[in-house]
Design a protein. Structure first.
Length: 183
């Protein structure tokens, strides 16, 4: 067996990605719009129950609200920091995120699918909880996620692992949808 195949680097997540908290223009009601030039307003409720890609939003905000929020683009990761604590998603659309999300923009040495699965893994959730110990609310923040220790294989191996878990997720989603089709 090749010894190098088992060598994974350990590093802090902040060394691999830009991590920023979302934001909300206030009062949000003043910024919601149905205009065609509105920006997708990504809320926790827009995340799919099955799957990992956010591809649509229920609401849009006016472009004037952009300075008070965080812009996201296809290929960015977003991580819920409160309601569905630590659940990662891949953006499939352009939009803006409120403060219930963290934006994660990976560097070029990171595979998107690998990190989407890794960030929501039980090992990562344990790290988040340990870092948050003593706080009254289980909320993630930029600092907690930045300090998490990541096991990092080479990018090619990340891609293989990420693709394996993507296919597994697709299979699970397909089987979960089957009973609904029968009904």
């Amino acid at each position: 067996m090749n010894k190098n195949a088992l060598t994974w680097e350990q590093c802090k997540f902040k060394n691999l990605a830009l991590i920023e908290r979302g934001g909300s223009p206030r009062p949000i009601e003043d910024f919601i719009t149905t205009d065609s030039n509105g920006l997708n307003w990504v809320k926790i409720g827009d995340a799919p129950v099955l799957g990992r890609y956010i591809t649509s939003t229920e609401e849009k905000i006016r472009p004037e609200g952009l300075s008070k929020t965080r812009e996201v683009h296809p290929g960015d990761l977003v991580l819920s920091n409160s309601m569905s604590f630590g659940k990662p998603y891949i953006m499939g659309i352009d939009g803006c995120i409120h403060d219930g999300w963290l934006l994660i923009r990976l560097n070029k040495n990171c595979d998107l699918k690998y990190f989407c699965h890794l960030l929501g893994s039980e090992g990562m959730l344990k790290q988040y909880r340990a870092f948050a110990a003593g706080s009254t609310v289980n909320n993630l923040n930029k600092q907690l996620v930045s300090e998490a220790i990541i096991s990092l294989p080479k990018k090619e191996e990340q891609g293989e692992i990420g693709e394996f878990f993507e296919q597994l997720d697709n299979l699970i989603t397909l089987h979960q949808r089957e009973p609904n089709l029968v009904k």
